[in-house]
Design a protein around this ligand. Structure first.
Ligand code: NPW
Ligand code: ADP
Ligand code: K
Length: 503
């Protein structure tokens, strides 16, 4: 799903109106109904109270329309409308509809002491994507009253005061919402960590904007959600054998960190690869043969670290890095491997210490085959591309890095972002904080490798691999709770994740 700027959203809105032969007021009604239906799916609205704070534009119009719909549902509703002399056309239409039905609303200004109905759900419909400058300090008292109230705050489209696609200043008054109900496409600002104080969680509500018009908009940013999963379904053909599902080599491990490569290798198997071989220092041999009898094992001459890379001729997919360490000898082995092999037809996934070695020796980057997938967490990423000022700057820096090196970068975090070699970036929608646990990243590298080894190309393996990893985490957290998830659980829940996604 594309992430669009406010200008693009406006254009799509206008095109939708033409194509569907409707008027903006109909879209606003759809938006309000979408919120009503979302509320009804959670609570009995007739037994609840709502205090709705509306602005002067169409976001406020949504709030007014919602107020009317809730009133018709017999909810207890109090509507506040900002006092002004220039309302949007459809805001005015909704004011008239309220008046026609004799549904009361009160005006507020900067100085109003809001009378929020106790225990009511507070609906924030002051500003949406039309915010074009920071809210002036004069509005701070209103935003403060919302933020300091004990009520649950639900924001319409975006928390009021938050820009959709640029950074706010820390001083800007912004609504801190419990849930943001955003229309049709997620706004970029809902996805970045700087805004977590304002965006606790968000849900995307479908208001049937014209999908072709959305597709026509030029955007390098996308959001990967459940809706896109079915296209990744792959049925194993009846007459297939293990070699049809890839032959994967996992190079990694060092004394004390054999487990990392083991986790990656297990995840490769669980995500469907046909064969897995592990290349580890000698100290890993017995452990692996016992813990993962399905894997073949080759060992380095060294007991403790990798000092020479194996012959990789027969493998199509190679994971390098989990638990590997960054010893000088390992670096030299890595360097020799990249320099002396023709890797152009190999699928490489580089994680952890493999990435650290690339950062320490950036000359190696040019030796990587096209579309090699790197899976750094923030610290590894910083070593690789340098520091960034904020999340927007980070996105631009990664985009320029992947484009100049023709690589795929999976920038891991709460919302993992996958950058393709053409600069497109996909934000992931699955996962939970229970996944912030040792070895979770090794599992991700393994999942991506397992998919890449099969029928998926680098972009698909990375984007879907990240989703599958997060989804396994979500299934694991439903069963175990976030606290107790361990990386092994993520592996163990991959089958349930597959079954849930593909039936
Ligand atoms: N396609 C969709 O997704 C659909 C979207 N819909 C809804 O429309 C919303 C967008 O509506 P919108 O364009 O009217 O803008 P909105 O956010 O209400 O605010 C604009 C008003 O605020 C003002 N203003 C701006 N900045 C300000 C500031 N700092 N301080 C003070 N004032 C400021 C600005 O005035 P001006 O710049 O002229 O001063 C203008 O009056 C969208 O978020 C969604 O809720 C649905 O109804 C239908 C389908
Ligand atoms: N708060 C979070 N919410 C969702 N996913 C998370 C969160 N924290 C970490 N993760 C995921 O867990 C993995 C952690 O990877 P990494 O930091 O490399 O761990 P390790 O090095 O221990 O394997 C990443 O895929 C990341 O996206
Ligand atoms: K809002």
């Amino acid at each position: 799903m594309k992430i669009l700027s406010p200008e693009q959203l406006k254009r799509v809105e206008t095109q939708t109106i033409t194509i569907q032969d409707i008027e903006l007021i109909n879209l606003m009604e759809r938006a309000a109904n979408a919120i009503l239906n979302w509320l009804k799916s959670k609570i009995d609205v007739s037994k609840n109270s709502f205090t709705i704070i509306c602005g002067v534009g169409n976001n406020g119009g949504d709030g007014l329309a919602l107020g009317r719909l809730l009133w018709e549902e017999k909810a207890n509703v109090k509507i506040y409308l900002q006092k002004n002399n220039s309302y949007s056309l459809d805001n005015l239409t909704n004011q008239k509809r309220l008046k026609d039905l004799k549904i009361p609303f009160e005006y507020y200004d900067e100085t109003t002491k809001l009378e929020i109905i106790p225990n009511s759900i507070l609906i924030d419909a002051i500003f949406g994507y039309g915010l074009n400058r920071p809210i002036g300090d004069e509005w701070k008292p209103i935003i403060d009253q919302i933020n300091q109230s004990p009520n649950t705050v639900i924001s319409v489209d975006v928390p009021s005061g938050l820009f959709c696609d640029q950074l706010n200043s820390e001083k800007d008054p912004i609504v801190e919402s419990e849930v943001t109900l955003t229309f049709q496409t997620p706004k970029l600002s809902l996805l970045i960590p700087e805004n977590q104080q304002y965006v606790n969680e968000f849900e995307i509500l479908d208001i049937s904007l014209d999908l072709e018009s959305i597709e026509k908009e030029d955007s390098q940013l996308g959001y990967f959600s459940m809706n896109y999963v079915p296209q990744f379904y792959f049925k194993r053909p009846k007459f297939s054998h293990k070699y049809d599902y890839g032959n994967v080599l996992v190079i990694g491990g060092s004394y004390g960190k054999i487990g990392a490569s083991l986790l990656a290798a297990k995840a490769v198997f669980k995500s469907g690869a046909g064969l897995v071989t592990m290349y580890v220092p000698k100290c890993g041999y017995s452990v692996i043969q016992t813990a993962l009898p399905e894997a073949m094992v080759q060992t380095d001459f060294s007991d403790e670290m990798i000092t020479k890379f194996p012959n990789v001729e027969r493998y199509d997919t190679i994971v390098i890095g989990p638990g590997m360490g960054t010893d000088e000898k390992t670096y030299r082995a890595f360097e020799e491997f990249l320099s002396e092999n023709d890797l152009s037809d190999k699928k490489l996934i580089i994680d952890a210490d493999g990435i650290n070695l690339l950062s320490n020796h950036p000359n190696l980057l040019e030796k990587l085959p096209k579309e090699t997938i790197l899976t750094p967490h923030d610290k590894e990423l910083e070593r690789l591309i340098g520091s960034w000022e904020n999340s927007y700057d980070k996105i631009e820096k990664i985009q320029s890095f992947v484009q100049s090196h023709e690589l795929v970068i999976v920038a891991k975090g709460f919302i993992t972002q996958t950058f393709l070699a053409n600069g497109e970036a996909y934000f992931n929608s699955s996962g939970n904080p229970g996944m912030a646990t040792a070895g979770s990243g090794d599992v991700l590298a393994g999942i991506i490798a397992g998919l890449y080894a099969k029928q998926y190309n680098a972009s698909e393996a990375a984007i879907f691999g990240v989703f599958l990893h997060g989804f396994s985490g979500d299934v694991a957290s439903q069963q175990l709770g976030e606290e107790s998830i361990m990386a092994t659980d993520l592996i163990n829940y991959i089958p349930v994740a597959f079954k849930t996604l593909f039936g």
